[in-house]
Design a protein around this ligand. Structure first.
Ligand SMILES: [Zn+2]
Length: 137
């Protein structure tokens, strides 16, 4: 982990022996190439966190599978084409749902990961209700 300006950057790589093809489920260990991904994660101590993750692109050797290669995903951290960690995505979706007209209940995120999410959402809701009552809308 290193500090880059006001941001914390965590450098990591995968260590799993292989991964399953998302199309056919066949397990593969044949590495096609490696590449870097940058994921925004939840802030720590008020500082933005970036995960610089090296992942592998693996070959799918199943004869019946139309997919030739696939990128490995890290369970609980990455998802296809995602530029955020799964946890940050979950928190942002929850805030978005709560702030929308649906007023869906907020799931409780891990307190140590992002302790202010419910308070932030409540504060924004409170601010909106104050401004709408003030403007009569
Ligand atoms: Zn496959």
């Amino acid at each position: 982990m290193r500090q880059v300006g006001t941001r914390l950057c965590i450098t990591a790589c995968t260590t799993a022996e292989g991964a399953s093809c998302p199309t056919c489920g066949t397990s593969s260990r044949r590495v096609h190439d490696r590449y870097g991904r940058r994921l925004a994660d939840l802030a720590v101590g008020g500082r933005a966190v970036t995960i610089a993750l090296t992942v592998r692109r693996l070959r799918c050797d199943a004869a019946h599978c139309p997919r030739r290669t696939f990128a490995e995903q890290v369970e609980g951290l990455t998802f296809r084409y995602g530029r955020r960690s799964q946890l940050q995505q979950t928190v942002l979706e929850a805030i978005g749902c709560h702030l929308s007209n649906g007023r869906l209940p907020l799931p409780v995120p891990p307190r140590q990961a992002f302790p202010d999410v419910k308070d932030l959402a409540r504060q924004r809701t409170w601010d909106r209700s104050l401004s709408s009552s003030h403007t009569g809308r």
